[in-house]
Design a protein. Structure first.
Length: 238
């Protein structure tokens, strides 16, 4: 089973003392989750004040640290609009990346998603496209890069676990009905993390775990670190 570790997202050390935020911490955590059984790592570059950024220099610092600490690691990052002032700045920043991640994620709920996805592919990165609701699926299916995706991320934003699972399955069904054959990956957040992950396993799809999604283990206790979460998924699916 393919497992992505999403090691930080927007969480800070106020949320959990082991959230990796500096380049060195992100690099060390990348090595740890891969050793625990993750296949790839999704990371968010952080500013000194704890914010998120896709600025090229900051991204380069993190990627160099990761590749020094964990040679051969396959790592990706976000292109989320929340990291910048809007679609124009996002496009300019991604275009200016010189040290490239292996893959980048583009959310099709956001303005300028199709253009950003085309840029990711043109720059030589692997593309992941994401849908957050059923309403995002038509934009994904109309995108020129639909056939370039290594996987499609299905990320229901619902707070109720049963609703999140139902919406994940509805999005997946619509995507498959349109003829999309690349792998699908479900993931939830907070209270929906484990129910959505279990649904992905039951449906034969890829999964994601890590502090970006939640800090709890399946029994409700707090995980010591991201590697513990990865170990829990591997135990759940063994």
């Amino acid at each position: 089973m393919f497992l992505k570790a999403a090691i930080n997202g927007g969480r800070t050390r106020a949320d959990h003392a082991a959230v990796p935020v500096t380049p060195e911490q992100i690099a060390a955590d990348t090595a740890a989750v891969l050793a625990a059984g993750a296949d790839v790592v999704h990371l968010h570059v952080r500013t000194p004040d704890g914010g998120q950024t896709i600025a090229p220099d900051a991204l380069a610092d993190v990627l160099r640290a990761v590749r020094s600490t964990a040679p051969g690691a396959v790592v990706g990052t976000t292109t989320g609009l929340w990291t910048c002032s809007g679609p124009e700045e996002r496009y300019a920043l991604v275009k200016s990346w010189e040290v490239l991640p292996d893959f980048a994620s583009v959310a099709f709920c956001e303005e300028g998603a199709a253009e950003t996805a085309e840029l990711v592919v043109a720059q030589g990165m692997t593309l992941e496209s994401a849908v957050w609701s059923v309403d995002d699926v038509p934009a994904l299916l109309a995108s020129p890069t639909l056939g370039d995706n290594v996987r499609v991320l299905i990320e229901p934003m619902d707070e109720d676990p049963d609703t999140a699972v139902a919406h994940a399955r509805e999005m997946a069904a619509r995507i498959r009905a349109a003829g999309v054959t690349c792998p699908l990956l479900y993931h939830g957040e907070g209270a929906t993390t484990w129910p959505v992950l279990r649904a992905a396993v039951a449906d034969g799809h890829q999964v994601r775990i890590g502090f970006e999604d939640g800090t709890d283990l399946p029994d409700g206790s707090i995980a010591a670190d991201n590697a513990t979460l990865v170990t829990a998924v591997r135990a759940l699916t063994s």
